[in-house]
Ligand binder design. Sequence first.
Ligand SMILES: CC(C)(COP(=O)(O)OP(=O)(O)OC[C@H]1O[C@@H](n2cnc3c(N)ncnc32)[C@H](O)[C@@H]1OP(=O)(O)O)[C@@H](O)C(=O)NCCC(=O)NCCS
Length: 140
Amino acid sequence: MDQPIAYATGPCPPPAEVAALYRATTLGARRPIDDPARLAGMCANANLCVSARSGGQLVGFARAFTDITYVTYLADLAVHEGFQRRGIGLELVRLVRAAAPQAMIVLLAAPQAVDYYPRIGFTRHDSAWLLRPGEPLPES
Ligand SMILES: CC(C)(COP(=O)(O)OP(=O)(O)OC[C@H]1O[C@@H](n2cnc3c(N)ncnc32)[C@H](O)[C@@H]1OP(=O)(O)O)[C@@H](O)C(=O)NCCC(=O)NCCS
């Protein structure tokens, strides 16, 4: 029988555990999981993390930045491929929202998840803008 899923809002899990989970999803190709320093920074500096565990194993994870009262940036949402389509992703988003109910949640969808977010209630926004590391800003 399937183990129940235990959810926890709090500190991010250790980076190695996060890397193992991301490797078990398509997010593994889109995050710096082989760069321990960057991964450690991602885990240490996020201020809202929700994890989902089955029998102790990390099977789902949400990593976000929130000011609590206005906006929450949801940076990563991942559910282990063996545990997808069981409502874990939705519950992680519910718990992210519950931690800061006044804040709107903003995110950039991975290509594999563009149809997921409208399915669970998100509205598309046509004005998202990126400045990648190293891309120039005008001289002052
Ligand atoms: C996207 C992801 C987080 C969804 O998590 P999940 O636990 O499988 O999703 P849920 O079980 O909460 O799904 C909720 C609903 O969305 C649907 N859904 C799930 N994944 C979907 C997808 N990729 N596209 C469209 N609909 C999807 C489910 O069928 C379900 O619908 P239902 O209630 O009518 O049955 C998960 O598939 C994942 O980790 N993907 C790889 C990493 C990734 O792309 N993350 C997003 C980064 S922005």
